[in-house]
Design a binder for this molecule. Structure first.
Ligand SMILES: *Cc1c(COP(=O)(O)O)cnc(C)c1O
Length: 370
């Protein structure tokens, strides 16, 4: 092991401790620590404004809004989804007794390939669950056209897409529902946390009941709900972090610029450029290694870096379809998912966060010098 300090793939954005302490004092004073308190309501308003979405409901993490969205839209049978994501995407289907049907990705975006969706639709299909992987917007127009043609719902796992906009409009407004994760590893965090974005007040009302056991008032339970409410302490933390998320995204953008400038001519290394008209959030910086041209496989590079205390992450390897729960599904085969398997074998996410120093970047880029 190297004795140089560790460079991690991400680092949590933390609010100022003094400021957090003064909000904690308010909470201690009011003794209102959870159940739709004032910080919870304030953060919902501020996030809806910041993200340019009509309605938003806070959750305790980014997995429960996925599970709850499937319940709320009464999704059944089969759902078409991507194998190239964090495992929670597919787990949310499994927890609802739904059969996931994996469709291959378009390697140009790492999102589900809209051209391959129709062939996977059966009479049991009720929804499509795409992921804006790495915060790169899916082709939401093509996906919506298919959904409309077959009468399917669309739930976007937008865990990576905080603040992403296309031509000035939030990507979170696509589909029927979008979900966000505010986990410590994400661009914007509330330690653990998440949210659901919906289009109308009635859905927001229903979701607010569902995340609180189905209680509509003290004595009325309108649905078999769950408990996934965010508490006041995390909401207060989230209010403070929202004030600095733009500068964190700007710092990430600078890192992406430096990586691109230095990796542009590296043989056997490819990466994404910004898309025209898109406000990116620079949540991840994936590179793709062509072992022959680079002279080393992705795994050799990954372990070389690890030995030197530079921690990249192989997001998303293994594919979800490769985990034991899902491996037996007919749609999980390599033949059905050639691009996803190829990409999973080549990808490495480089360290990407707001606090990387120039010397950190030099150490990362040292692995790509001739
Ligand atoms: C992080 C993540 C989730 C899960 O969010 P948690 O807040 O950790 O529950 C779901 N989907 C994707 C794509 C993610 O990256």
């Amino acid at each position: 092991m190297s004795n140089e300090s560790q460079i991690t793939v991400t680092s949590p954005l933390l609010p100022d401790l003094e400021e957090f302490n003064s909000l904690l004092k308010e909470i201690w004073g009011s003794k209102w620590i959870t159940n739709n308190g004032s910080f919870h309501r304030q953060l919902e308003r501020e996030l809806a404004d910041y993200l340019k979405v009509p309605y938003l409901s806070l959750f305790t993490n980014g997995t429960l809004p996925l599970i709850t969205a499937i319940q709320a839209l009464r999704i059944t049978g089969e759902v078409i989804t991507t194998p190239y994501s964090f495992v929670a995407t597919t787990h949310s289907l499994w927890w609802n007794g739904i059969k996931p049907v994996f469709v291959d990705i378009d390697p140009a975006t790492c999102g589900i390939d809209p051209e391959k969706i129709e062939a996977a639709i059966t009479p049991k299909t009720t929804a499509i669950m795409p992921v804006h992987c790495y915060g790169k917007p899916c082709d939401t127009k093509a996906i919506q056209e298919i959904a409309d043609k077959y009468g399917l719902k669309v739930i976007y796992d937008a865990a990576h897409a905080f603040g992403v906009e296309v031509n000035g409009e939030s990507i979170l407004n696509a589909g029927d529902i979008s979900t966000l994760s505010f986990h410590a590893t994400k661009v914007y965090n509330t330690i653990e946390g998440g949210a659901m974005v919906m289009k109308d007040e009635a859905t927001k009302q229903r979701i607010d009941y569902l995340k609180n056991f189905g209680f509509a008032n003290e004595t009325t339970v309108v649905a078999p709900g769950i408990n996934s409410k965010m508490d006041e302490i995390r909401a207060a933390y989230g209010i403070l972090n929202l004030r600095q998320v733009d500068s964190a995204i700007a710092a990430r953008q600078r890192v992406a610029g430096i990586y691109r400038e230095h990796l542009r001519d590296a043989e056997g290394v490819s990466f994404f450029d910004d898309m025209p008209g898109v406000r990116h959030n620079y949540s991840y910086f994936p590179i793709f290694i062509d072992a022959d041209a680079f002279g080393k496989s992705r795994d050799e590079l990954y372990f070389d870096m690890k030995k030197a205390n530079v921690l990249g992450r192989r997001y998303f390897y293994p594919l979800i379809s490769d985990f034991s729960t899902y491996r037996g599904l007919p749609s999980a085969s390599r033949e059905n998912l050639p691009e996803a398997y190829k990409t999973a074998d080549r990808v490495l996410c480089l360290p990407m966060h707001h606090a990387l120093s120039d010397s950190d970047l030099e150490r990362v880029l040292g692995f790509f010098k001739k």
